[in-house]
Write a protein that binds this ligand. Structure first.
Ligand SMILES: [Zn+2]
Ligand SMILES: [Zn+2]
Length: 261
């Protein structure tokens, strides 16, 4: 069995990948039998809950992405209510993203709204005892510092679509987080990332698609889908010189351990 630890099943374009029954059937064919569908704003929460109800292999994560407009503020009560669905196993994706907010970053306190959103999600995750799904871009020192300061270690979680260096990965692991690799690790020019995947212990690694984005080789540039997690597993097996099954089983066991499944 393979687990796609992060995808956006609710926004897959049907004209590109077929309907969701087809997508799920194809995932099964490729050995992907567990999928975490991640919401990025409150407008998506009901959609991901509906998908979790509809498909046995689909679980859900509830949160507000750091790139959502600063006016998107949710109450603790709304987050807690959505997260009370029995198949909501995580809080996120949430985190810090400075890449898209250069002007605000240049102003003292200009990113307070993103920090506040992140702090709220960490606090609720701890209250509900659910791991966090972390998105970080051009912001990793601040992100790790906030995770440490807010006590995120209590619940741990996933550094999703990891693209940073080994030192960053090790700091996140020390805080109770797993490192999730997407299709980027299959790209020919991703040499540094391949080295990180090679170096990290197998019991700290997860795999994901982030579909519909970031399709792995040999589908780079096309629409991604959960079944393609298989190609990320293949790449990591190749890098680590391990049998495919060993990596599939270990990453699945890691996911199940994190979420008590
Ligand atoms: Zn993300
Ligand atoms: Zn995502």
């Amino acid at each position: 069995m393979i687990v796609d630890s992060h995808c956006h099943l609710n926004i897959l374009p049907e004209e590109k990948v077929g309907n969701l029954d087809d997508v799920i059937a194809k995932a099964r064919e490729l050995g992907v039998n567990r999928i975490l569908c991640v919401a990025i704003n409150p407008g998506q929460w009901q959609d991901v809950l509906d998908l979790a109800d509809r498909y046995e292999e689909v679980y859900a994560s509830i949160g507000v992405h750091p790139c959502e407009d600063k006016d998107v503020v949710v109450t603790d009560e709304a987050l807690i209510a959505a997260a009370s669905h029995p198949k909501v196993i995580a809080i996120g994706e949430v985190g810090l993203d400075y890449f898209h907010f250069e002007e605000m970053c240049a102003v003292e306190g200009g990113m307070k709204w993103q920090h506040d959103r992140f702090t709220q999600h960490i606090r609720i995750a701890k209250q509900l005892n659910k791991p966090l799904i972390i998105h970080t871009r051009n912001s990793t020192p601040d992100c790790l510092a906030m995770l440490a300061k807010e006590g995120a270690e209590q619940v741990g979680g996933i550094m999703h679509c990891f693209v940073e260096d080994l030192d960053t990965a090790e700091q996140a692991i020390a805080l109770g987080f797993y490192i999730s690799f997407s299709g980027i690790v299959t790209f020919k020019n991703a040499k540094a990332l391949k080295a990180v995947a090679t170096a990290l212990p197998l019991d700290k690694i997860l795999v994901e698609t982030d579909a519909p984005y970031l399709a792995p080789m040999p589908f780079r540039g096309k629409t991604n889908q959960p079944g393609y997690t298989r190609y990320v597993v293949e790449e990591i097996a190749k890098l680590k010189e391990l049998p495919f099954e060993t990596v599939a089983e270990a990453t699945t066991a890691n996911f199940n351990r994190l979420f008590n499944l």
